[in-house]
Write a protein that binds this ligand. Structure first.
Ligand code: NAD
Ligand code: MG
Length: 394
């Protein structure tokens, strides 16, 4: 690369954001940091700003503006606060690529703004595609923007497709570790607490995606993400449980040939590939050793026990605003579980109730999605306050 690639990292203080900065730290001759944003961890954002010397940082929690501004007064770094500022700064001329690593629906507006401004996108924030995949992909096409997947499964599919972009995909298999409760039944799931759910066997991630992995909603969101990234029909998307998380996903082509991408579970690899595509750059990431993994195993996903995955497939098949409802209800459910307001299995009940009640819109506009998100959250909160109305189904 002749010129350094200037990166904006939205959600720099999170799990993906900090790992992206590790990648950049090891490749300072290739990448430079133009923008960093964080929501509440002001001290980490300040520390990152001092190390990476971006042009601009944004702290979305406005109460922390003066604290951050003060800490950086000796530095030539612009400081802004508030959610609107994130939507604005992504348009800055100097940015080549935006890494969208905010968690949840909160990442949608800034990602759309970056696409509108013609910035290449490295996408970790899968909820953006789950909520409004049609609008996001249509805008990217119109603006000539590529969306490079950061999610390990989608990065795997993307890597398998290099050199094959004109060859039709027959199907894809998204691999799932199965999470910490693989093989358990619903009686067991009814008893578990958040500490157990927050312990993922193979990946260290933010709290929301860790709970999503325990319920298999993460895989459900990824199925919908895959539809939009690779223009697939629902019946082309399969999930296969692979507890070792070594095969990151598989593409099957029209001649029956299958390609898989493999490696140890380490998000730095897909993050780096999204930032450096089409090149592969050297890394010192630990290499896979077959002798440590004498067996790689595969089994079907248990959608009867992990009903969130079935709900996500239903939403995918239904289309319209169904996945937007699924996502908003899930965000509230996960938050309620993390706040000890509901039990593990009640998360699914809450999502199902919202899917039943919210008005279906077949061809939503952007504003319809915004409204659907708002209305679903309102309804979910109502269900939570009248918790008696829904009973955990065993
Ligand atoms: P995280 O909770 O560790 O970090 C989230 C980041 O977003 C933080 O920087 C936080 O400050 C910021 N943020 C949170 N709420 C915000 C708001 N309302 N407005 C502005 N900023 C806000 O999450 P994570 O694990 O890094 O995940 C980020 C995204 O990447 C998610 O969409 C997740 O599904 C996806 N992803 C993560 C992993 C992983 O290994 N962590 C893997 C694949 C995909
Ligand atoms: Mg993933």
């Amino acid at each position: 690369m002749d010129k350094k690639k200037n990166i904006a990292i939205l959600g720099a203080t999170g799990s993906i954001g900090t790992q992206a900065l590790e990648v950049i730290r090891a490749n300072k001759n290739i990448f430079s940091v133009e923008v960093l944003t964080g929501s509440s961890n002001a001290d980490l954002l300040i520390k990152q700003a001092i190390e990476f010397n971006p042009n601009t940082i944004v702290i979305s929690d406005e109460n922390k503006y003066h604290y951050v501004k003060d800490a950086l007064k000796e530095y030539d770094i612009k400081v802004f606060a508030g959610k609107k500022a994130i939507v604005d700064v992504v348009k800055m001329d100097n940015i080549d690529m935006v890494l969208a690593a905010i968690v949840g629906y909160a990442g949608l507006e800034s990602t759309l703004s970056a696409i509108e401004a013609g910035k290449q996108i490295a996408l970790a924030n899968k909820e953006t595609l789950v909520v409004a995949g049609d609008i996001v992909t249509a805008l990217a096409k119109e603006k000539g923007v590529n969306i490079y997947p950061v999610d390990s499964e989608h990065s795997a599919i993307f890597q398998c497709l290099v050199g094959e972009f004109h060859n039709p995909i027959e199907k894809i298999y998204l691999t799932a570790s199965g999470g910490p409760f693989r093989g358990k039944d619903r009686d067991f799931l009814a008893t578990i607490n958040k500490e157990q759910a927050l312990k993922h066997p193979n990946w260290e991630m933010g709290a929301k995606i860790t709970i999503d992995s325990a319920t298999l909603m993460n895989k459900g969101l990824e199925v919908i993400e895959a539809k939009w990234l690779f223009a697939l029909r629902p019946e082309q998307i399969n999930v296969i449980v692979h507890p070792q998380s070594i095969v990151h996903s598989i593409v099957q082509f029209s001649d029956g040939s299958m390609k898989a991408q493999m490696g140890l579970p380490d998000m730095k690899l897909p993050i780096q590939y999204a930032l450096s595509y089409p090149e592969r750059i050297n890394s010192n990431f630990t290499r896979f050793d077959f002798l440590n993994y004498p067996e790689l195993t595969f089994q079907p996903a248990d959608t009867k026990t992990f009903r969130n995955l079935a709900l996500a497939f239903d939403a995918l098949n239904k289309g319209g605003n169904a996945a937007c409802v699924l996502n908003a209800a899930n965000e509230i459910a996960v938050m309620a579980f993390l706040n000890d307001q509901i039990r593990f299995l009640e998360m699914t009940d809450l999502i199902e109730k919202c899917l039943e009640k919210i008005t279906f819109i077949k061809k939503p506009s952007y504003l319809d999605y915004v409204e659907t998100d708002k209305e679903t959250r309102r309804l979910a909160h109502e269900f939570l306050t009248n918790r008696i109305k829904f009973v955990t189904k065993k």
